[in-house]
Design a protein around this ligand. Structure first.
Ligand SMILES: [Zn+2]
Length: 338
């Protein structure tokens, strides 16, 4: 849950506002660890095993639980777990990532932080990406345009074997006046109701007005407690980008971003993380407080389970698949209710 306004973090008090301030605050791994402790345990240490709060510090910045005897550290169970990269480097990476308006590539991180290894930079960046969108994010509401778009494919300038075939991405964009409010993006298997409805049910508040074209995959929305506004593009006589301007704008920005920032070299199994990063950056595009983004990303980072390199690099099953399955169950439950 978002903190109330009066509890909002303050620049210079809760997070550094400038680069010199950053350097003063985070000069050692110990000062970084203390900072993470404040984010993870604002009311003091909580044991990950027994939830006990009686504990004491032992060597190496670790904690010993007085209740169950478990030893743990502030990075255990987070994206920083078992990392060989010093926390000072992680913090510099987070600062860099949150201060680049259009995002960064692994090569950029490698250069700026002076890593010998591209792989290390790549792994850090992907772990941070996972932390960029909160799993408990708020749902969109009001009037929301929904459409699908294809992303990727050889003809869009990707090279060699590191290409992906086209992926179908569902796009949802809130109407805010004539502009765009918040957005959500998700890779979907196909444009059937079975794929589109879970996306809408999970990411958009019931009762919202869903604005789509006349595609049959959206025909069941009324039965899912949404209001459905349909604009039949071919019959409207207007081009699609005029009738549904927001989703088309988001789709074209997304494609340009993937080509520009990542030279189009996004492998299909990583597309989900890129979609999360784009969503996070887009939804915070008006934020002038870069330091606050730094704070939020670290806050989410200590709230995120670790992702070993092997899983990020592919091979093990994609966690999103189970999310999709969960959604199908949810829809099943809705069907039974109705
Ligand atoms: Zn314990």
């Amino acid at each position: 849950m978002e903190p109330l306004d009066d509890a909002s973090p303050r620049p210079g008090v809760d997070y550094p506002g400038t680069w010199p301030e950053f350097l003063r605050w985070f000069g050692s791994d110990e000062s970084c660890a203390r900072y993470l402790e404040q984010l993870r345990w604002p009311k003091g240490f909580v044991c990950p095993r027994c939830s006990g709060t009686r504990a004491w510090r032992i060597a190496g910045g670790r904690w010993m639980c007085g209740g169950c005897g478990r030893q743990s550290s502030v990075t255990a169970g987070t994206i920083f777990d078992k990392t060989r990269t010093p926390l000072t480097t992680w913090f510099a990476a987070v600062w860099y990532v949150t201060n680049q308006k259009y995002g960064v590539s692994a090569l950029g991180i490698q250069r700026v932080l002076g890593f010998g290894s591209y792989e290390t930079a790549w792994t850090m960046l992907h772990k941070l990406r996972r932390a960029m969108v909160r799993p408990d994010r708020d749902r969109l509401s009001g009037v929301v345009e929904v459409d699908e778009t294809y992303v990727g494919g050889d003809e869009e300038g990707t090279r060699g074997r590191e290409t992906m075939t086209k992926s179908l991405v569902a796009v949802a964009a809130e109407e805010r006046g004539r502009g765009i409010g918040r957005i959500r993006l998700e890779r979907i298997a196909d444009a059937s109701a079975d794929s589109l409805e879970p996306f809408i049910v999970e990411l958009i508040e019931p009762g919202s007005v869903i604005h789509t074209d006349g595609w049959g995959g959206y025909a069941g929305l009324k039965d899912l407690s949404f209001q459905h506004r349909v604009t039949n593009i071919s019959r409207s006589g207007q081009p699609a980008h005029e009738v549904m301007p927001r989703v088309h704008r988001v789709a074209s920005l997304l494609k340009r971003w993937i080509l520009g920032t990542h030279q189009g070299a996004v492998r299909q199994e990583h597309l989900d993380y890129y979609l999360d990063e784009f969503t996070s950056r887009f939804n915070r595009r008006r934020s002038r407080k870069r330091g606050l983004l730094f704070y939020r990303l670290l806050e989410q980072a200590v709230d995120t389970s670790p992702a070993p390199y092997e899983r990020l690099a592919g091979g093990a099953p994609d966690p999103r698949i189970t999310r999709m399955e969960r959604r199908h169950k949810m829809l099943g439950a809705l069907d039974q209710k109705g």
